[in-house]
Design a binder for this molecule. Structure first.
Ligand code: BES
Ligand code: ZN
Ligand code: ZN
Length: 485
């Protein structure tokens, strides 16, 4: 399904209209336009104060409740996204292909964009594999009409927003795809296709190349599987880039995490482990959006991709492996596989002399238990100003972040008798210890995002939908543009 946003000069009487109400009903102007009297609009709310449809001469009219901007702007904007999501539900219910959005005088341009973002993202549904039935509508045309007093949104801005939402859809699709549709080799092909479509370069390394790179972490995790690991390198390097050395994005690509010989025993946990490549999917979506929107940033994506399977060829607790960096690691738990593959990718990033490295990974159940699905956990060594800027982007995109510390003392947790470090260090502070493990492999400015909780939801949550959410795409698109372009 494709959604188009276009600017329209005047309201049409024959297209269903959503009236974005910027004030209360008493202040409704007497006419919108000469041929569209207000008397033809009906405002209707259901019991929960949600907009509900009213049929009127083949025209569906919704009114969206007024949102007093008394709270911080980012909370107001999130309410607008939620309103957009409610309207998305109504569009779906009534199988609309076309509608108008009328923006009232009081609403800021930003809040109208947030409404449209919620409407777009709330319209997502996964098109099932092997499903021959066509989705009931393949396009949705949304025409945005402004009152004279409203700050107008340019067509180009609407197109950029659409592309960003497309990138979130793409990330969600990749996460929601069944594991047998995204085994490493198939996932690699998909990445190559996306590179051609969006205009970024791709290199897919096979097992020989990964071996030549001495990526012992990635090879160790994949040795249980009949499917070879791959390592994908995505490069978007526009001529007009504002940065000389790349911003590197590292994404965990575990296409299914059984846990290895420390097999996962809970069905509930196993059920969602096709989403363990969520970090890599978000990096792909982000680079797709940056490239398609011609953002002048030099960005490289590094994606170690494998499943974490179980077999008699696999790692067992007690094994010692040598990482790309030369550090030896005692495997104390094969389910701590994400940090092993991420560490090799981080070590490779050193060769690119990066300006900044951001990694995204569905890394620990501990991050889920600590703060739930409401946000992601981050840690890193970047300066305080940049950390606060990242948190600000988190609020503005409502992909909120909480910082966890990387205190020196946590190093003790990873001490090993038989190797330089071990991969898992007991039951305390699990998300931090995973971050502490990764810290051994960085010598550059670095942020680690543990997106285990918000990347995949078991029940719907507003415009995030259910299952794959695309967490990280909007957050980092916003952050990178604000801070670096
Ligand atoms: N992929 C999981 C983490 C995860 C948990 C992601 C829940 C999404 C939802 C990761 O590889 C894992 O298994 N982590 C272990 C680490 C443990 C062995 C220290 C965990 O969190 O239980
Ligand atoms: Zn695991
Ligand atoms: Zn995992």
């Amino acid at each position: 399904m494709q959604i188009f946003f276009t600017v329209r000069e005047h309201l049409s009487e024959s297209i269903p209209c959503i009236y974005l109400l910027g004030e209360n009903f008493d202040n409704i102007p007497s006419t919108f336009s000469d041929n569209f009297p207000v008397s033809s609009l009906v405002h209707y709310f259901d019991k929960e104060q949600h907009p509900a449809p009213v049929f009127l001469d083949n025209q569906v009219v919704f009114a969206v409740p007024y949102l007093a901007p008394t709270q911080e702007t980012y909370i107001h904007n999130e309410k607008m996204r939620n309103q957009g999501n409610l309207v998305a539900g109504l569009i779906q219910k009534h199988s609309l292909n076309k509608l108008q959005v009328f923006s009232d005088a009081v609403l800021s341009k930003e809040s109208v964009l947030c409404f449209l973002e919620g409407l777009n993202l709330g319209s997502y549904s996964y098109e099932k594999k092997g499903d021959s039935e066509e989705y009931f509508r393949d396009t949705l045309q949304v025409e945005v009409v402004f009152s004279n007093e409203t700050e107008h949104i340019e067509q180009e801005e609407l197109e950029k927003l659409t592309t960003l939402c497309d990138a979130v859809w793409l990330t969600r699709d990749l996460v929601n795809d069944p594991p047998n549709f995204k085994k490493p080799s198939l996932y690699g092909q998909k990445i190559e296709e996306l590179g051609k479509e969006a205009g970024f370069e791709t290199e897919i390394w096979n097992k020989e190349r990964i071996t030549a790179e001495r990526m012992g972490g990635l090879l160790g995790v994949s040795q249980a599987s009949h499917e070879d690991a791959i390592f994908a390198k995505l490069t978007y390097s526009p001529k007009e880039a504002t940065n000389d050395t790349p911003i590197v994005l590292v994404g965990k690509g575990v296409t299914f995490d059984i846990g290895g010989s420390n097999i996962k025993t809970s069905m509930a946990a196993l059920e969602i482990m096709k989403s363990d490549m969520g970090g890599s999917a978000s990096v792909i979506g982000l680079i797709y959006a940056l490239a398609k929107n011609n953002i002048p940033l030099y960005v490289v994506g590094l994606l170690p991709i494998t499943d974490n399977s179980i077999s008699n060829k696999g790692l067992v607790p007690g094994d010692v492996i040598t990482m790309r960096s030369g550090l030896t690691v005692e495997i104390t738990n094969t389910d701590g596989e994400g940090r092993l593959i991420m560490a090799d990718a981080l070590d490779y990033a050193k060769e690119l002399a990066p300006e900044l490295v951001i990694d995204l990974a569905t890394l620990t159940g501990n991050a889920v238990r600590a703060i739930g699905e409401e946000g992601a956990v981050f840690m890193g060594n970047i300066d305080e100003t940049l950390k606060r800027a990242l948190e600000k982007s988190g609020k503005e995109t409502y992909e909120r972040l909480v910082e966890f510390p990387l205190w020196d003392e946590y190093k003790e947790y990873l001490k090993s008798d038989v190797a330089d470090i071990k991969n898992v260090g007991g039951s305390f502070a699990g998300a931090i210890i995973a971050g502490k493990f990764l810290e051994h492999f960085v010598d550059f400015d670095w942020v680690h995002l543990d997106i285990a909780a918000p990347a995949y939801l078991m029940k719907p949550s507003s415009y995030r939908g259910k299952n794959g959410t695309g967490t990280g795409v909007r957050l980092l698109y916003h952050f990178l543009i604000e801070q670096f372009s």
